[in-house]
Every structure is written in C-alpha cells, then in structure tokens.
Design a binder for this molecule. Sequence first.
Ligand SMILES: C[S@@+](CC[C@H](N)C(=O)[O-])C[C@H]1O[C@@H](n2cnc3c(N)ncnc32)[C@H](O)[C@@H]1O
Length: 254
Amino acid sequence: MLYGDTIPIDSKEEIMDRIYCKIADRYDITVEITTFGLNKLLKRRFVRLMSPIAGLKMLDVAGGTGQIARNYLAYQDTVNNDTSSSVHVVDLNEQMLRVGKHRFASTQWARDGRISFAQGSAENLVDIADNSFDIYSISAGMHNIPHMELALSEVYRVLKPGGLFACLDYDRVETPIAKQINRWHIKTFAPAIGQLLVGDRPSYERLVRSVMSFPHQRDFVKAISQAGFILPPGKGYKSMLCDNMVAFYGTKPE
Ligand SMILES: C[S@@+](CC[C@H](N)C(=O)[O-])C[C@H]1O[C@@H](n2cnc3c(N)ncnc32)[C@H](O)[C@@H]1O
C-alpha cells in the first residue's frame, strides 16, 4: 500500500519525538539530498506565496531547525526592506531546536531579537496567546501530528483576525508514473539515504509511514475550511515540486 499506513495514534507523538532526536544533527543535509537540492527553492516559494507585507509576526510550528524562519526573514529583509518582522519557532523536539538555535546564533536576526525558539506541541500551544500572530506556518510538520483537528483549532486560536495559515506537506500524486516515482522515492531512496547519513534506516521508514498518513489534499482543504478558515479561490491548494509537495493557504475571517 502506498498511502494510508499509520503509526498508532496514541504513541505517535512520542515515536516521532524519538526519531527527530536521532536525526536532528543530519536533518538539513538529509533533506537537501532527498530533494535533490530543490528543498531551498521549494521553501522560498512557499514563503513567497504568503506575500507577506512588512512588520508581520510569524509563528512557525514544527519549525525544526528554522528553515522556514530563515526564508521568511530573508524575504522580509530583501523584498520589503523590513527589519521589524519576527519569527517564533515552536517544535516538539529539543534536539531540532538546539540545531536551529545554533544555526541562528551568529546572525543579525538573533542579535536583533527577531527570532526565538520554544519547545511545545502543535496540538496545545499553551504559551501562545489568542489572536497574537499574523502568520502561522507549518512545513513538513502537519503529517507528524496525531490529532490534526486539534492542531487546526490551535491555528485558529492563535492567529489574529485576518491572519494567514500556511501549510506545506506531501502531495498525493495520482498519475501512475508519478506514483511509481513517488513509491521509489519514499520507500527506497529516502530510507537508503537515512541509512547512509544517520545509520538508521528504521527511523526513516517510520518517517515515511508518517508522511503517508497525511490526508489527501482535497480532504485537508475540507478540514481547513471546517476549522473556520477562508480558502483562496480555486481548488484551495497549490501543488509543487512536480506534484510531490502541496501548499495550503487559509485566512482567519476578520
Ligand atoms: C520534517 S521536520 C520539518 C521541520 C521544518 N518545518 C522544515 O520544514 O524543515 C518535522 C518537525 O515536526 C516536529 N514535530 C513533530 N511532531 C510535532 C508536534 N506534535 N508538535 C510540534 N512539532 C512537532 C519535529 O520535531 C520536526 O522538527
């Protein structure tokens, strides 16, 4: 079966946390290799499609080593000539956060207090106030979360009215040839790279099962809408990276 495999829901958060502890130090390099270097372009595009104006506060959940945060701040600096926008990264895993903090430590963003990190679960953002962020982003994170409906209700709670929800995750490819390539990529190539770089094939096989638990894009669009968000015109999602990834955007009503 290509899709639909799941990790037991009650132990999923703990299992995912253990896996990310193991792979944190090699996460960035592994992502570059498994996406054949396209990861940077993909994440840049994901941020560009948010069309952020200057001065916005972003909450990047499941933000890991801060790849989206870096892209967002770079976009604000270069496109909007803005030095007041900021990102707060929240992630379940302390090792991913450690790597992220280290990567930002020597940047002007860190010196200016425009980037911060905190440990927490997407299902219960206890330290985040209601209506407090302009953008909530989550990249390659939603598929890890056992109860996505809880995470979506937290997105709604913490965003300001008019705020943007942006989610990047794995697409369900539908054409037979794309399915074959996808099957090879996620079942053979990614675990082989995991074995090579981290010496841990089983962790990558688990990650793949987690990726496969992400719903079909049409169902996730429905879930976003049911959570109360206004969807953009059209089908409500944008396929990227030869239909391997999909970006969702929704707005909290004013
Ligand atoms: C594939 S990484 C993505 C990291 C980053 N967003 C990116 O695009 O590079 C998934 C991240 O989700 C985090 N994560 C898993 N379950 C989570 C949860 N329930 N709440 C918050 N973060 C979670 C992991 O610790 C990991 O850092």
